[in-house]
Design a protein around this ligand. Structure first.
Ligand code: NDP
Ligand code: 2IT
Length: 445
C-alpha cells in the first residue's frame, strides 16, 4: 500500500472534501504496517473499498415555515460500510453540513462502531437545516419532510440513524413518528428514542459518560485520576453535559464550557444547579455562555476565545471538528495539561495531535473515546430486539465495560517501543482489522 498514492487518487476523485481526506489520511497512516503484513488485504482491494461509501443518498427537503413561506434544505445519508452489521450512525442538522463532513463522520463511524464490539456498520447523515431559532412546529415539519425521503433507505436491520449535532430527543421523536406512519411498523429503526417508546436509559448522557470513563482508564495507566483535577470542556450539547456531570462525580472541577461565541470560566466548578440552569437555557433554544456569566458572578465570559487557554489538567473537546488547533495544543502543553480526550468527532487538528503526542500527553481520539454514545445506541437496539428494558445500572455497567474494553484494545495495538501508548494508532488498527477481516470472509460484494 502506498498511502500517498491512494490519498492523491482520493483527492483527485473528490476534490475539496478536506475533512473526508483528513479522516482517511489519519487511518491509512496508522494501519499501513498491519495492512502490508497481510497480502490478502491488498489482493481483495480492502483499502480502496473501505474508503469509498457503499452509497450516498442526497435529497431535497422542502418544508413550510411559520410564516407560510416554503424553505428548501439539502438532506443526505451516507451508507459507508455494513461488513459487521447494519449501517449505524447519527444525523447532523447544522448549516455547515456538506458531503465532506458527512463522509468524514461516516468513515470514522466504521472504526468506532467496530471498536464497540457490537454488530454495527458505519453511516452518517444530516442536513444543512439549522434548528436554532426554529419553532417546534417548524422543526417537526422539517423532520417529517426529511423522513419522507429517508425512510426508503433505512430499517431496523438495514440502517439505524440516531442523533448528532442539532439532533436530540425532540428531532428523533418527530423523525420516528413519520417513519412509523410510512413504514407501518414500530421498531428500533432510530436510536435515542424517548424512554416511553423504545429508548434506553443512559443513552442521552452516554457519550459524555463514556468519554470520562475512557479518560479515567488512560489516567490510571499513570496512577492518576479525576479526583481534584481541573477540567476544560468545550460545547454544552448532548456530549458535553454528560462529560461535565461524570467528571464532577469523579471528583474533578469542570471550569469551562463553551459555545460558538466564546467560553466561560467558572473557578468554582460547573455542577449541580448550574447544570440545570444551562439545560433549561438549552431546552428553550437560547445561547448559554453569556447568560451563565450574567447569572453566576464568579464566572468570566471570554468572548470569541476557546477554553484551551485555561490552566487545566484535563481537556475534553466536546463541540465540533477541528476546534483545537496547534496553538491551542501548545497552550495546553505549556499549562501542564496531562490528558486530552476527544468527546467530539475529530476536534483536534492533525497538527494539534502531533504537538500533544510529541509532548507525551495522554491523548484519545474521538473514535475510541466517544464510542460510548453509539455503543449505548447498540444496547438500545438489543433491548428493542428483545422487547425488554434494562435498568439504569445494567446499561451503565455495560457502557463502562465497553469503554474499558476499547481502552484495552487501543493499548494492545498502540503501545510503542518506549511504552507510550499511541491511542490513535491503536484505535485505528483495532477498528480496521475486524472490519477488514469481515470483508475478506464475505467475498467481493
Ligand atoms: P449538540 O448540538 O448537542 O452540541 C454541540 C455543542 O457544541 C453546542 O453546545 C454548540 O453550541 C457547540 N458548538 C457547535 N459548533 C461550535 C463551534 N464552532 N465552536 C464552539 N462550540 C460549538 O451536539 P452533540 O453534543 O451531539 O455533538 C458534539 C460533538 O460530539 C460532535 O462532534 C458530534 O459529532 C460528536 N458526537 C456526538 C454523539 C452523540 O451521541 N450526540 C456521539 C459521539 C460523538 P450552540 O448550540 O450554541 O451552537
Ligand atoms: O458520532 C456518533 O457516534 C454519534 N453521533 C452517535 C451515533 C449513534 O448511532 O448513536
Amino acid at each position: 500500500m502506498k498511502v500517498n498514492t491512494i490519498l492523491a487518487e482520493l483527492e483527485k476523485k473528490h476534490p475539496g472534501e478536506v475533512e473526508y481526506h483528513q479522516a482517511v489520511k489519519e487511518v491509512l497512516e496508522s494501519i499501513e504496517d498491519v495492512y502490508n503484513e497481510n497480502p490478502r488485504f491488498a489482493k481483495a482491494g480492502i483499502l480502496q473499498r473501505i474508503i469509498e461509501p457503499d452509497r450516498v443518498l442526497t435529497f431535497k427537503v422542502p418544508w413550510m415555515d411559520d410564516q407560510g413561506n416554503v424553505q428548501v434544505n439539502l438532506g443526505y445519508r451516507v451508507q459507508f460500510n455494513n461488513a459487521i452489521g447494519p449501517y449505524k450512525g447519527g444525523l447532523r442538522f447544522h448549516p455547515t453540513v456538506n458531503l465532506s463532513i458527512l463522509k468524514f463522520l461516516g468513515f470514522e463511524q466504521i472504526f468506532k462502531n467496530s471498536l464497540t464490539t457490537l454488530p454495527m456498520g458505519g453511516g452518517k447523515g444530516g442536513s444543512d437545516f439549522d434548528p436554532k431559532g426554529k419553532s417546534d412546529n417548524e422543526v417537526m415539519r422539517f423532520c417529517q419532510s426529511f423522513m419522507l425521503e429517508l425512510w426508503k433507505l433505512i430499517g431496523p436491520e438495514t440502517d439505524v440513524p440516531a442523533g448528532d449535532i442539532g439532533v436530540g430527543g425532540r428531532e428523533i421523536g418527530f423523525l420516528f413518528g413519520m417513519y412509523k406512519k410510512l413504514a407501518h411498523e414500530h421498531t428500533g429503526v432510530l436510536t435515542g428514542k424517548g424512554l416511553n417508546w423504545g429508548g434506553s436509559l443512559v443513552r442521552p448522557e452516554a457519550t459524555g459518560f463514556g468519554c470520562v470513563y475512557f479518560a479515567n482508564e488512560m489516567l490510571k495507566t499513570r496512577n492518576e485520576s479525576f479526583m481534584g483535577k481541573k477540567v476544560a470542556v468545550s460545547g454544552f450539547g448532548n456530549v458535553a453535559w454528560g462529560a461535565v456531570i461524570k467528571a464532577t462525580e469523579l471528583g474533578a472541577t469542570v471550569v469551562t464550557i463553551s459555545g460558538p461565541d466564546g467560553y466561560i470560566y467558572d473557578p468554582n466548578g460547573i455542577s449541580g444547579e448550574k447544570i440545570d440552569f444551562l439545560l433549561r437555557l438549552r431546552a428553550s433554544n437560547q445561547d448559554i455562555v453569556e447568560p451563565y456569566a450574567a447569572e453566576y458572578k464568579e464566572a468570566t465570559f471570554h468572548k470569541d476565545k476557546r477554553p484551551w487557554e485555561a490552566m487545566v489538567d484535563i481537556a475534553l473537546p466536546c463541540a465540533t471538528q477541528n476546534e483545537l488547533g496547534k496553538e491551542d495544543a501548545m497552550n495546553l502543553v505549556k499549562n501542564g495539561t496531562i490528558c486530552v480526550c476527544e468527546g467530539a468527532n475529530m476536534p483536534c487538528t492533525p497538527e494539534a495531535i502531533e504537538v500533544i503526542q510529541n509532548a507525551k500527553l495522554l491523548f484519545a481520539p474521538g473514535k475510541a473515546a466517544n464510542a460510548g454514545g453509539v455503543a449505548t445506541s447498540g444496547l438500545e437496539m438489543t433491548q428493542n430486539s428483545m422487547k425488554l428494558n434494562w435498568n439504569r445500572e445494567e446499561v451503565d455497567q455495560r457502557l463502562h465495560s465497553i469503554m474499558i474494553n476499547i481502552h484495552n484494545a487501543c493499548v494492545k495495538h498502540g503501545t510503542c517501543k518506549d511504552g507510550y501508548v499511541d491511542y490513535v494508532k491503536g484505535a485505528n488498527i483495532a477498528g480496521f482489522l475486524k472490519v477488514a477481516n469481515a470483508m475478506l470472509d464475505q467475498g467481493l460484494i
